[in-house]
Design a protein around this ligand. Structure first.
Ligand code: GLV
Length: 402
């Protein structure tokens, strides 16, 4: 009956079972998730100005249409940090991704492996490094580390990442303290420490029965796997993890930490969270293998420029002297067009955070694979229409105003 009604609707009003555009996963994720998780995912600092700036900066970048270029095949693959990937897109670290789908990090890592793109496991993921490693049959993936005060914890998680075959460390440097994200602080929000918060979140969860069963019940344990060993006995609640994290942010850390990390990590070292050319040049001089131009999805410093606006200055500060340092960028990338814009501005590849979690929350591993299929098709189409047949061919000449 419902199907008959649906089929009578004009095509553009018909609810589709599957997403047709990369952006379709966002409303599906919103429908699937309890409010406290949706608010955490969407959350941004202050009045969301840095968040909005990311989208605005990208939207202002116009591409240059080219015609009759005799392109028979386009190749979207790239070489990055020692390996070949099918797309210039990597999965950014996202905390607690296992709250958005059952064992979410393992599902997303499997999707990334099937597609042939890098997956980054957050220090504060629900799945442990070992669980993700098992999910991808021991293939290398990327591991993210915060600037944390607890040296034993730092050394232990790095040793475990190495043991599990991670070949690239993404070291987040833009979070010496957490940004002011009000959505998480309101009653029932992820950072609400009141006793009543648990009850509020439970009430939110029961309004999403699919989530409540699949993730709430069957997706346990909901501990942050890599951090759990450093908590006191019996501490397994969200509040305990937030307390541990709050105690462990370290605004006292300076550039010397890169030497310490270098001593502890032999694989690729990528510094994430750089938005200033001077900092970028300093990181390059310190010998990093890559950097991620980022304002943390607008979740940290408020009032910063969009990353697409900051990227050219960083490319200019790093490329001439350190051509081998990989330059990645994130912030507002939602389409193949956005990927192309970032590459045209000088990035080697982009990271995406929220978009893969939307796809994961909506449709699990298959959703993430499908999101890649859709964004990959968009990128390939745009490449033909802009007259380039390889990622290396996308450069300042691809921009309407170089
Ligand atoms: C953590 O890095 C977050 O942005 O929530």
């Amino acid at each position: 009956m419902l199907a008959r009604v649906r089929d009578r609707l004009p095509a553009r009003w018909r609810p589709t079972a599957k997403a047709l555009a990369p952006a379709d996963f966002r409303p599906a994720a919103r429908a699937a998730l309890p409010a406290f998780l949706w608010n955490y995912l969407e959350g941004a600092a202050g009045e969301r100005q840095s968040f909005e700036a990311n989208r605005a900066a990208l939207a202002g970048i116009e591409l240059r249409p080219r015609v009759l270029r005799g392109l028979s095949e386009v190749d979207t693959s790239i070489e990055l940090l020692g390996r070949r990937w099918t797309l210039p897109i990597a999965l950014a670290p996202v905390g607690a991704a296992g709250m958005f789908a059952r064992r979410g990090e393992a599902q997303a890592a499997r999707a990334a492996r099937r597609v042939g793109v890098p997956f980054t496991l957050s220090t504060v993921g629900v799945c442990t490094t070992a669980e993700v490693s098992e999910a991808v049959a021991g293939e290398p993936f990327w591991f993210q580390l915060y600037v944390i005060r607890d040296r034993v914890a730092r050394r232990t998680v790095l040793e475990e990442a190495r043991r599990c075959g991670c070949d690239t460390l993404v070291f987040t440097v833009d979070m010496p303290v957490p940004g002011r994200r009000y959505d998480d602080l309101y009653p029932g929000g992820l950072a609400d420490g009141a006793r009543s918060a648990g009850l509020r979140r439970t009430l939110q969860a029961v309004t999403k029965p699919h989530w409540a069963v699949n993730v709430g019940l069957l997706g346990r344990p909901h501990t942050l796997g890599n951090v759990a060993p450093f908590l006191r006995d019996g501490e397994t609640g969200l509040r305990d993890f937030f307390r541990w994290m709050a105690e462990n942010f370290d605004p006292g850390i300076d550039w010397s930490v890169l030497d310490e990390i270098r001593d502890q990590w032999r694989g690729n070292l990528v510094v994430k969270g750089i938005l200033d050319p001077e900092d970028a040049a300093r990181a390059a001089r310190a010998g990093v293998d890559g950097l991620v131009v980022s304002n943390h999805g607008g979740r940290q410093i408020e009032g910063a420029p969009g990353t697409a606006a900051g990227l050219p200055g960083i490319v200019a500060a790093v490329r001439p002297t350190h051509p081998d340092v990989a330059i990645l960028v994130d912030g507002g990338v939602r389409s193949g067009t956005d990927v192309m814009r970032m590459v045209a501005l000088g990035a080697d590849a982009v990271l995406v955070g929220r978009p893969w979690v939307y796809a994961l929350a909506a449709e699990g591993q298959g959703g993430v694979e499908r999101w890649f299929d859709l964004i990959g098709r968009e990128l390939a189409t745009q490449m033909v229409l802009a007259g380039v047949d390889s990622i290396a061919g996308i450069d300042s000449g691809t921009l309407a105003r170089a």
